[in-house]
Design a protein around this ligand. Sequence first.
Ligand code: FES
Length: 576
Amino acid sequence: MSQDQNKLRSAEWFGRTDRDGFIYRSWVKNRGVPHDQFDGRPVIGICNTFSELTPCNSHFRTLAEHVKQGVLDAGGFPLEFPVMSLGETMLRPTAMLFRNLASMDVEESIRANPIDGVVLLFGCDKTTPALLMGAASCDVPAIGVSGGPMLSGKWRGQDIGSGTGVWQMSEEVRAGRMPLEDFFEAESCMHRSHGHCMTMGTASTMASMVEALGMGLPGNAAIPAVDGRRNIIARLAGRRIVDMVRENLTMSRILTREAFENAIMALAAIGGSTNAVIHLLAIAGRIGVRLDLEDFDRVGSRLPCLVNLQPSGKYLMEDFYYAGGLPAALCELGEAGVLHKNALTVNGRTIWENNRDAPCHNREVIFPYARPFKPAAGIIVLKGNLAPDGAVVKPSAATPSLLKHRGRAVVFEDIDDFHRRIDDERLDVDETCVMVLKNCGPKGYPGMAEAGNMPLPPKVLRKGVTDMVRISDARMSGTAYGTVVLHASPEAAAGGPLALVRNGDFIELDAEERRLHLEVADAELARRRADWKGPPQHLARGYNKLYVDHVMQANRGADLDFLVGGSGSAVPRDNH
Ligand code: FES
């Protein structure tokens, strides 16, 4: 047995001379692994979210092979393992319902196995936070490798972006301006390679958060999935994690309060997804960093958006990578003095050491801080009697004139009610109204679906109107856009004030004043509350029950209450 083996977790399995050591080693050797391959070497788990049910992660077998090679290069012993994978496009009622379940899979898989450090392979939206949350609860050395975005969509001579193009085209179809044949043709033109959505949607945002948090190597966010350099970064991560184990560079040394603030700053600079708010809150909760919803407004809302990417702008992730990627944006933030430059990253260097010399090759895609793409564009946190615990709006993807608006509420009691009535020409609605959708929050949907960017009524679309104020307790896709107030907390299904809104009430949104106000007297609200009955529970068994009983509200990251914090990486007792 080698000298340093006792310092490793895996030595509790492989570094023993007793009966159990025999068992732990013998059932590895059966695969043809020589003794010296794992004796005393850091054992590196490769946490793989490959699944044919997760199209965005379909290339992860190849990616894992490159990680493995890197681990072997550096003298570690790689062991790949699968965890629950979450495919945004397939999973119903919403992938978000299962984020916390997948995180439990990750946490328990790491803790229960002879893993000294872990490489996290994630791509599609929820796979990234699920893996970070699970690993954070173990607090082992970990490094994230994103799968990378798809190549740009190409259709009839123009670029079309994942999600964003779908929302735009489907509204054109509903307005009668786009034939269905064109709509169908675009399907195979939009998504034409391996990788995740290539807009600055939630997957690209979370890949950027991985890099800004210091949990990924520089350049992690934007390298296209099919670019050879994506495999190189996977291989480099495999090499690096072995040293991280030797240095005992655990997640809690990287995921500090400063790291989360850097992520919030980066979120503003990239015009990133509102979903990142919920995920960062949940990750912070796991690693024991105090982070509040209000921090997103305080740290990020006054910062400019530097990146001209859909849905806030024009370009796509491929363009972002060629322009310099996230390092160029972080360099702009650092030079403007708004980054915590000393935050440590997985490569052992600070975020500023990694990014201070990053060049920008295209100022149409990444704007300078002094001449930003959009000023003061970070997430705004609204408060008021309609959302006492907060709601969010993303100004970079909103219509500026609608960010201060007063309108008559048109209320949908749930998503089924919405689908039933939105196309009805008799619906009493015009573009000055405020559309309100209830019961789409964590408990209500359940899982807090991406239903907040409600399609507009056809009679409004036909006038050429493309945006209205919409308010809900739902999330929206990171690829979506509009003046959409999301994550109203507490949600309607938990008895939040959203549940009490009625058709004809007036609502005032004032983003500058951070105000979301329902113009109904307190006494009337109290009367309505006395009459309120919660919605029926959808499924009262299994994980659904566990989730609905324990999920926290959006302002607390929608994690399960008993998962906050971590159990560390202590080795459990032997299995015999
Ligand atoms: Fe997977 Fe968009 S569907 S990232």
